[in-house]
Design a protein. Sequence first.
Length: 271
Amino acid sequence: MTDLTIPAIVSLALVDSINPCAIAVLSLLIIAYMTHNPHEKKKALLAGFFFISAVYIVYLIYAIVLVETIGTFIEVISGSELFIYGGFSLVAIALGVFNIKDFFWYKPGGLLREMPVKWRPAVQKLLSGIESPKGGFILGIFVTIFLLPCTIGPLLMACTLLAKYGSLFALPWLLLYNLIFVLPMLVIVIAIYIGLTMVESVTEWKDKNIKYLHLVAGIIMAAIGLYLAWDAENAFHIMLGPIDLNFFTIGIIEIPVLLAIILFRHKAKKE
């Protein structure tokens, strides 16, 4: 394992943990439950824990499947490892750039960054039907399966880094990754239960700081993407005059190109 893999895995888990998706749904779950059961604080706590447990378990299964799939692909296609790293590195850089874009021009429901806007009414309707703590577990499974598009980016990058070591070696890292991923949710549930904060305060904080969450996530994702691209730079070399075109140089070029496209589209919409 390279020296950067450990901080890379932890950094990706931190990016995933501050993703607004799961935090938003958890906050809505507790609000919905407390609205229907205002005097049953302990059951609201249990509903939150059941929700988090389901997210942890299903997310872990997803991660193991991804590690196995990517690892098998690397084994079956000889010499594909660097190309897989390079391909995912460009995806990571793009996700990073679009997250950074959200800091300047935020739009709810960005692909692979937030819960799609058109899904939100259905989720709120589902939340209103939660009447027991066990319902939180079912909701957690639903959220992790069907709302995965808003969290898959960092997890995909982490699984790509771990794939070549196999699922058995990767399992402790995936357990740690998932623990970091659910940690903010655990803190929120416990803080609400003991009275350190209110659900509304959590929601307000998320809405107020969502741009900064995207900025931090974007910088880390772009940095991890550049690292993967650098690791895969020997996959191919094409000389274009003085430029040695490889995954790393493509990744470097990708950033200003995407920023220019985003800026052009933003100006076009304003006009």
